[in-house]
Design a protein around this ligand. Structure first.
Ligand SMILES: Cc1cc2nc3c(=O)[nH]c(=O)nc-3n(C[C@H](O)[C@H](O)[C@H](O)COP(=O)(O)OP(=O)(O)OC[C@H]3O[C@@H](n4cnc5c(N)ncnc54)[C@H](O)[C@@H]3O)c2cc1C
Length: 300
């Protein structure tokens, strides 16, 4: 079955198709088993051709960005992992707007906006990943969240290209509702005119703050848990006495208690066991149920 699918992927898709690709190579936690196939479509048409093939063959798929918020279980991922890294076009539009493809990195977008004197998304500067991943997570920092700047979201749902204005989106703290299988291909953002030097000062300030507060020094996925209403996850973990706690190669960072780090040779199972230990301890102590911000995918 997989041989046949492989042959058809190679025939249909102009971009790159990798087989039995270790997801540890594509996630910042550096753990996770192999994806049956890892496909990087060359452009939007190529993506459409790929999706048609996957629909026809009933093959499951998962879209990933930079893998900075992803924990892939050790059994890997059946079906196809799709990377939109090559949907990396950025187009400036009239009226302080920019259209960015899902594969543009946050850093590339922030740099362009700074150079063109367009403000409002500076907070993305230190958030690793892609525009697609930032939108899917409604990533944010320093009081800003990316979906607040969306004018129109471009997605593919059941083979149809959709354009949805922000008012039509259901979103909140680290959350954007997508239909099952819906893929973000890009978005148009509305910015504010601003002085490039002042944008640069804001960016430098954000990066400095991050460098001081997130000196974790090992592979990680940023905040592992969402902040519960009215409090910070790191504080709850710290107060439960779990700073430095370790399961196998996974550890609660000494520098930031909501960052779980890979001390080397960690497995996804180590991270999952550590996360369970944290959730149980915090629940027992405070009654608060911590919820993962990191997306957990794949087979155990
Ligand atoms: C050091 C560090 C600091 C961080 N700081 C922050 C921070 O301050 N604020 C913050 O919000 N996050 C932070 N993060 C987490 C992470 O950077 C963000 O969640 C980021 O937006 C993930 O983007 P990505 O491209 O890597 O997405 P991925 O991790 O690859 O994917 C995340 C989720 O989005 C889905 N997805 C990705 N692309 C698409 C698409 N095109 N269509 C549909 N679904 C898609 C994936 O299936 C997955 O469920 C940090 C991470 C690290 C490692």
């Amino acid at each position: 079955m997989n041989d046949e699918l492989y042959a058809r992927l190679r025939a249909y898709v102009r971009g790159e198709t990798l087989r039995d690709e270790p997801m540890a190579r594509h996630t910042s936690l550096k753990v996770g088993g192999a994806a049956d196939f890892f496909v990087i479509p060359a452009d939007r048409d190529d993506l459409a051709a790929l999706l048609a093939l996957l629909a026809e063959t009933g093959t499951p798929y998962l879209v990933v960005g930079g893998g900075y918020n992803l924990l892939v279980r050790d059994g890997g991922i059946r079906g196809v992992v799709i990377s939109l890294a090559r949907l990396d076009e950025m187009t400036l539009l009239a009226g302080e707007k920019v259209m960015a493809g899902a594969g543009v990195t946050n850093r590339q977008l922030v740099q362009l906006l700074r150079d063109r004197g367009l403000g409002g998304l500076e907070f993305l500067c230190g958030i690793p990943g892609t525009v697609g991943g930032a939108l899917a997570m409604n990533a944010g920092a320093h009081g800003g969240a990316v979906v607040d700047r969306v004018e129109e979201l471009l997605t593919i749902r059941d083979g149809e290209m959709l354009q949805t204005g922000r008012d039509g989106l259901d979103y909140g703290y680290r959350f954007l509702r997508l239909a099952p299988g819906e893929i973000i291909v890009g978005a148009t953002f509305r910015l504010d005119p601003a002085d490039p030097d002042q944008i640069g000062v804001r960016i430098a300030g954000y990066l400095e703050h991050r460098a001081a507060s997130q000196k974790v020094g090992f592979p990680n996925a940023g905040s592992f848990f969402k902040n519960p209403e009215g409090t910070a996850a790191w504080r709850l973990i710290d107060e439960a006495g779990l700073r430095g706690e370790r399961v196998g190669g996974a550890q609660v960072s000494e520098a930031h208690a909501n960052f779980l780090i890979n001390r080397g040779r960690a497995t996804a199972a180590d991270f999952l066991a550590l996360a369970t230990r944290i959730k149980e301890a915090v629940k027992q102590r405070t009654g608060i149920a911590l919820e993962e911000e990191v997306r957990i995918v794949g087979e155990g």
